[in-house]
Design a protein around this ligand. Structure first.
Ligand code: TEU
Ligand code: CA
Length: 557
């Protein structure tokens, strides 16, 4: 494998709207991020990914871009952005922006032009079709519910495609002019000194054409987009072009948000000279999923969690690097989802941190994960802002759930769980803003906040610092970054255990993913115990006696 500058880096995702508000308008902003760079440096972060801050009506929180070349005034100015890049550079940190190019906003000037003249240049930037006998071209269900087609504003016989919200019209990547626009824009930003991009929803850029219907899979008479994507061929041609025309020219880092990748194509995505430097491992976020919707999702068992991660890690040894996450802005908080109720403690949270940070791949920490932020309890759907959650709530009601049960399902999976303000202090607004926060603060900020953890020997924050420091320790760095992953797990006994090894070193990572104690065989002689989440480690010859949710990393021979 060719070594790259990003292989040994630790990344952190910022959701700007909820990170830190510098001017009291209740919305997080770029100056707020600049003010927290030292905090991130102290944690050990090298790469910072910002969810979108471009001009946007914020119908999908910035994933609907109306101007790719400007910063939304709510987040700051171009000068603020340039300052952020410069301030990050001073600290040897890299900034990634979010490349949202499957779609733009319906308020983008391209779409305005397309509405005026659907047959003209800009009409061809989108998928605009005729409505025949009142029928939409296909029965695809948008990711946020309802048909993927809507009437083109001002037209009764023309419609446009939006795989996401109707305010997010899909760009037509088959049109070379569209691709050129995107490459120009990506290079423009990379020239400003960005470290690279996170690439949004990218698999969707290739549609299976010509348009046709797929089997109906819910009582709305529609078919999920994934049915179409499974038949779409040739996304790789677009993605290699994107890579060669942009990222490669700048030696930039790229991390793909890729769902629905075909198994035999993973190497094309993240192998040597893959389309991307890496892509997220979403395996665990898919456990317990159900076609019917969130209301039917099942909780994640430790066994499934262990199996899912170990199988993906083993598969990747000879291919490349995945980006490992516990959560992101589209998911509930990982500690609320992956830890059984008895394990939702500091000890359990540290166990999850240790297991994730020991994996092969590039760790992406989501804001607040380092202090153990948890899901929020919404008491009414009116407290929710996210369009996806509101749709899933309706799906649950339609399926016959009571308002209470529907809300319960929404509480568990809502994307807004991850979008409540970052908890800096125990104050009422969590030290996030001096004004009224745009979305309610999780009331548990009185207990879970940065101020009470930073500099405290036993805090989760400090534990993350130690894990990161271990990944950077010259003695262990090579094996932590490049060492092979070998599973020693016993998923059926809730034991997650693996070895990371190269020619020089072996590390054993082990966790008892349950409340009752259990034994684990150490696959070698213990040289040195490097980190324990809590308590003393009981070692008897070749065996460990782990207490409930105890986890450790040790060097072995
Ligand atoms: O997500 C793509 C995606 O597939 C998710 O929208 C997923 O279907 C959804 O979260 C389920 O609730 C990306 C962004 O991460 C997300 O925030 C955006 O809403 C979406 O693209 C559209 O740009
Ligand atoms: Ca602000």
């Amino acid at each position: 494998m060719n070594k790259k500058w990003w292989h040994d880096k630790i990344a952190y995702q910022i959701y700007p709207k909820s990170f830190f508000d510098s001017n009291g308008d209740g919305i997080g902003d770029i100056p707020g991020i600049i003010g927290k760079l030292d905090y991130l440096k102290e944690l050990g972060i090298d790469i910072i990914w910002l969810s979108p801050i471009f001009c946007s009506p914020l119908a999908d929180q910035g994933y609907d871009i109306s101007d790719y070349y400007n910063i939304d005034p709510r987040f700051g100015t171009m000068t603020d952005m340039e300052n952020l890049i410069a301030e990050a550079k001073k600290r040897d940190m890299y900034i990634l922006m979010d490349l949202v190019a499957n779609h733009c906003s319906d308020e983008h000037e391209w779409f305005a032009e397309a509405i005026k003249n659907p047959e003209g240049k800009y009409g061809k930037y989108f998928y605009i079709e005729d409505v025949k006998d009142g029928k939409m071209p296909t029965n695809w269900r948008s990711y946020f519910g309802g048909s993927s087609w809507d009437l083109l504003p001002g037209w009764s016989d023309k419609c446009y495609l939006h795989l996401f919200h109707k305010k997010q019209p899909d760009l037509n990547w088959e049109n070379k002019e569209v691709r050129e626009e995107i490459y120009k824009m990506v290079n423009w930003w990379l020239d400003k000194g960005l470290g690279g991009f996170r690439i949004d929803a990218i698999i969707n850029i290739k549609k299976a054409l010509p348009f046709k219907d797929y089997p109906v899979d819910r009582d709305d008479n529609l078919s999920k987009v994934n049915n179409m994507l499974a038949e779409a061929q040739g996304v790789g041609e677009f993605l290699s072009e994107l890579r060669d025309r942009t990222f490669h020219l700048h030696d930039a880092f790229s991390v793909g948000e890729v769902f629905d990748v075909k198994e035999n194509e993973i190497a094309n995505f993240v192998g040597d000279n893959g389309y991307f430097s890496t892509m997220f491992d979403f395996g665990t976020t898919l456990i317990g999923g159900d076609e019917k919707g969130w209301y039917a999702y099942k909780s994640v068992s430790p066994e499934e969690y262990i199996r899912t991660i170990c199988s993906s890690q083993e598969k990747m040894n000879d291919i490349g690097f995945l980006a490992n996450i516990i959560e992101n802005h589209d998911e509930p908080r990982g500690v609320s989802r992956y830890l059984p109720e008895e394990g939702r403690t500091e000890k359990g949270k540290k166990m999850l941190a240790l297991l994730t940070m020991g994996l092969r791949g590039i760790p992406f920490i989501y804001q607040g994960q380092e202090i153990g932020m948890e899901n929020v309890q919404f008491s009414s759907i009116n407290q929710v802002d996210d369009i996806s959650t509101i749709d899933e709530y309706k799906v649950a009601l339609r399926a016959g759930l009571s308002e209470e049960d529907a809300l319960h399902a929404v509480n568990k999976y809502s994307r807004d769980n991850a979008r409540t303000p970052m908890q800096w202090t125990a104050e009422k607004t969590a030290g996030f803003t001096d004004g009224e926060p745009w979305i309610g603060v999780n009331p548990n900020c009185n207990r879970i906040n940065v101020e009470s953890q930073i500099g405290k020997e036993n805090s989760l924050f400090t534990f993350y610092q130690k894990l990161i420091a271990l990944r950077k320790n010259p003695e262990y760095k090579d094996v932590m970054v490049y060492g092979r992953f070998v599973s020693h797990a016993k998923p059926e006994e809730n034991l997650m255990a693996y070895v990371r090894e190269d020619k020089k070193k072996r590390l054993f990572v082990v966790a008892n993913y349950q409340s009752k104690p259990q034994k684990a065989v150490i696959p070698g002689q213990v040289v040195k115990v490097l980190l324990i989440n809590e308590g003393e480690l009981v070692i008897e010859e070749q065996e460990l006696l782990l207490s409930g949710f105890q986890a450790a990393i040790m060097e072995i021979q």
